[in-house]
Design a protein around this ligand. Structure first.
Ligand code: 2AM
Length: 224
């Protein structure tokens, strides 16, 4: 009998502890409700609705399924390139079940996705697969993504618009960060209690948090 191959999960990542998850869901919902009421947001509503005057309820607009997490490696049960190699890394095996404090430094909203931008520590970057930042990024955007620090894609998807998959949050975040780095003057800057809100065009919003929010997580694998 052949030795059984170890099973490869759907993905690996840091999962927010349930009490932290509730806290983050509440505070990010508050942010999105505030955003919805801002005059600056209302002037760019058409990016979300396709019509200038139509209202949007962002709370309803973004839907979230499953536990809040920051994906490190999407394995697709072994079908994704490099997933077996990732699962077999000693650093990955050793980290399973370990606690980690993730630092959320910003929030991003686009007509497609709503996410929390995570700044990884050097230790956490050991679990970040090589080339992960570039996955699914359009060819034309690769040079600007390559110019960003490794791990820039790290995020927690907080919600997606109808018919949008969570995988879109990563490219959306990278696109925002590249635009910010490019020194392009953000057209709207508003000081909110939580931090500084910038508008980057095309319905893209980024809130730099005044203070990073620390989230307690567990590194784990996930399978449906
Ligand atoms: P996310 O990390 O942006 O939230 C299950 O689908 C999880 O794996 C989701 O959290 C999703 O996006 C992430 N995911 C799905 N497909 C992916 C891919 N091709 N590359 C990277 N992450 C992916």
């Amino acid at each position: 009998q052949q030795p059984k191959e170890p099973e490869i999960p759907e993905f690996f990542g840091w999962f927010l502890l349930s009490e932290v998850e509730e806290r983050i869901k509440c505070s990010t919902m508050d942010f999105i409700k505030t955003l919805d009421t801002l005059e600056a947001f209302k002037t760019h509503l058409n990016e979300f609705t396709g019509e200038a005057e139509k209202e949007v309820d962002l709370e309803q607009y973004f839907q979230n399924k499953g536990p809040l997490h920051c994906t490190t490696k999407f394995c697709d049960y072994g079908k994704a390139e490099g997933s077996k190699e990732y699962a077999e890394q000693q650093v990955v095996k050793d980290a399973l079940g370990n606690s980690a404090e993730l630092s959320v430094v910003g929030l991003m909203v686009t007509p497609r996705t709503f996410g929390a931008h995570v700044a990884l520590t050097t230790e956490q970057l050991q679990l970040w697969p090589e080339g992960a930042d570039k996955e699914g990024v359009p060819e034309a955007s690769l040079p600007s993504v390559e110019a960003l620090p490794v791990g820039s894609r790290a995020h927690v998807t907080l919600g997606c618009a109808a018919n949008v998959e969570a995988v879109q949050t990563g490219p959306d975040l990278l696109d925002i960060l590249a635009q910010k780095k490019g020194g392009q003057e953000a057209s709207t800057v508003e000081e909110l209690e939580l931090g500084t809100l910038s508008y980057l065009g095309g319905g893209r919003w980024y809130l730099t948090l005044r203070e990073a929010v620390t989230c307690d997580t567990t590194f784990s694998s996930f399978s449906e």
